[in-house]
Design a protein around this ligand. Structure first.
Ligand SMILES: O=c1ccn([C@H]2C[C@H](O)[C@@H](COP(=O)(O)OP(=O)(O)OP(=O)(O)O)O2)c(=O)[nH]1
Ligand SMILES: [Mg+2]
Length: 157
């Protein structure tokens, strides 16, 4: 068994409409994501998108991002997902964290203030820098991609 690293502290500020809500939290000891709740009552019509307020603003430490991911239960039962999944919350963003949802279901989806609408995964980020060259090194794959190694079963004849 490896020991878990200590949680990374993330400064969080409640906005006025976030008062009284639970902060995002891990539902179980081994959860990858913290469930985040809506700060508003809203109904999302079939086919519609909406940026759900959370009432929270963050200061994610440098070297990390937060990914906003859908909840599988909402996806399976109601067709509710995050169209930009994983949503990217930059470490230098100080505005309100919003959860963009889309309703792929057949019915209107009602959200009540305090309902868990998505999950937040804290992840390390490595920034790159470009090293422009005129030739790239050769590899076995070369320019092959998009199914070039096989495995796609052709349907029909
Ligand atoms: O699901 C999301 C996605 C983004 N954001 C906020 C935080 C993020 O740091 C900022 C910008 O997001 P992104 O880079 O994905 O959007 P963009 O369309 O590129 O906008 P910008 O030009 O502001 O970067 O918007 C959210 O609150 N929720
Ligand atoms: Mg951007």
């Amino acid at each position: 068994m490896h020991s878990s690293p200590l949680p990374v502290p993330i400064p969080v500020k409640r906005l006025p409409h976030g008062e009284g809500l639970d902060l995002p939290a891990y539902a179980t000891a081994g959860a990858a994501g913290m469930d985040v709740v809506s700060a508003e009552d809203v109904t999302i019509a079939p086919g519609a998108r909406y940026a759900v307020a959370t009432g929270l603003a963050l200061a994610i430490p440098a070297g990390y991002e937060i990914q906003v991911r859908p909840r599988s239960g909402l996806a399976l039962k109601h067709g509710i997902t995050v169209p930009n999944t994983p949503g990217t919350i930059d470490s230098d963003y100080r505005g309100e964290l919003k959860v963009i949802l889309i309703n792929h279901g057949a019915d209107a989806f009602e959200i009540r203030r305090g309902d868990r609408v998505a999950q937040l995964v804290l992840a390390p980020v490595t920034q790159g820098s470009w090293l422009e060259v005129s030739e790239l090194d050769e590899t076995a794959r070369g320019e092959g991609g998009f199914g070039s190694t096989g495995g796609v079963v052709a349907l029909g004849n």
